[in-house]
Write a protein that binds this ligand. Structure first.
Ligand code: UDP
Length: 327
């Protein structure tokens, strides 16, 4: 494959840094752009001395002029507590940030891949979710800054395609987990694993019967690479996620077997508009990209526990109270 100049916005975050590693391994030049509002510089430390790597601290809400063959747009806080902290900034990042990147792609004729989300389906009434389903989003709820921001970004991408024939690609990412997730991210897998490692009770929101489908990060990165390398008539939106569906209570059970002990639980109120079920229909990804996830929840969680264990011991003075967790 010929060497490409690749701009990754939000590249200091969980998915962005995993993708950066892979693209640098493939010999590309990678420019990471991140405002570090939720991304972390320590995610990029391994690349510091790589001559093909560059970091620019920048908020995509401000225009930027960087020539790139490919652009991946990951910029936006993605965990509910993080994107709800400054909801107006979240909308701006999704919508105005996308506008700036689309203008950049237009100027240099770049191929641009946008990471949309399963949240465009809201609290779905169609199950599993297929790309043609138009969703069930509360436009004035506390999740709307993210859901509607991402929906509007999709609109913008498709309008740029129609109006300027821009080389766009849109994927809808379902819940993803694995190494380089921020331990303080606030999402269910990072929260549960970190709390289990610290010997704290897990906090289950609601009755724990709500479901999610969890995709391991390596599978996700493979799909993103297949998508960016696909023919220009493969535009999307395409669901990318693992169709294995687990209730939050079932997730607790999987973790209990991994930690080989009973984990204590505190039940908390279910946040407003929390979707009751979620599972991707990945027929399109199978057909158009020849992709399907390979790593099951057990294996993925084992790797994640190892990662969180190392991160917590590096960055957190709290002693572990869990002797039986994975070594
Ligand atoms: N959740 C939970 N405990 C936590 C964090 C999340 O029970 O410590 C629940 C949350 O209410 C939701 C599910 O787990 O039903 C997944 O939440 P997450 O924030 O990971 O992602 P999203 O809701 O965006 O899919």
């Amino acid at each position: 494959m010929s060497k490409k100049i690749i701009l990754i916005t939000g590249g200091a975050g969980f998915l962005g840094c995993n993708l950066t590693r892979k693209l640098l391994e493939e010999g590309h030049k990678v420019i990471v752009l991140d405002d570090l509002s939720t991304g972390r510089l320590q995610n990029l430390i391994d690349f510091e001395k790589n001559e093909n790597f560059e970091f620019i601290k920048h908020d995509i809400c401000d225009p930027i002029d960087v020539r790139a063959d490919w652009i991946f747009n990951f910029a936006c806080p993605a965990s509910p507590p993080k994107y709800q902290k400054d909801p107006i900034q979240t909308i701006k990042t999704s919508v105005w940030g996308s506008f700036n990147l689309l203008e950049l792609a237009r100027k240099y004729g770049s191929r641009i891949l946008h990471t949309s989300t399963s949240e465009v389906y809201g609290d779905p009434t169609v199950h599993p979710q297929i790309e043609t389903y138009r969703g069930n989003v509360n436009p004035i709820g506390i999740r709307a800054c993210y859901d509607e921001g991402k929906r509007c970004a999709e609109t913008l991408f498709f309008d740029y395609k129609r109006k300027f024939d821009l080389d766009i690609k849109v994927v809808r990412i379902f819940n993803t987990y694995g190494p380089y997730m921020d331990p303080d991210d606030g999402r269910v897998i990072s929260n549960f694993v970190v709390r289990a490692l610290k010997g704290l009770p897990l906090e289950v929101y609601g009755d724990g019967k709500q479901t999610r489908s969890f995709c391991y990060v390596d599978d996700m990165i493979k799909a993103l690479l297949l998508m960016i390398n696909s023919n220009s008539d493969v535009i999307g939106p395409i669901n990318i996620g693992n169709p294995g569906e687990f209730s939050i209570n079932e997730l607790v059970k999987v973790l209990e077997s991994l930690f080989a002990k009973k984990l204590s639980i505190n039940y908390k109120n279910l946040p407003q508009d929390d979707p009751m079920k979620r599972k991707p229909d990945i027929t399109l990804a199978r057909e158009l990209l020849g992709w399907e996830p390979k790593i099951n929840l057990n294996e993925g969680l084992e790797n994640s526990v190892k990662y969180f264990r190392s991160v917590i011991s590096e960055y957190n003075a709290d002693p572990f109270s869990c002797d039986s967790c994975l070594q």
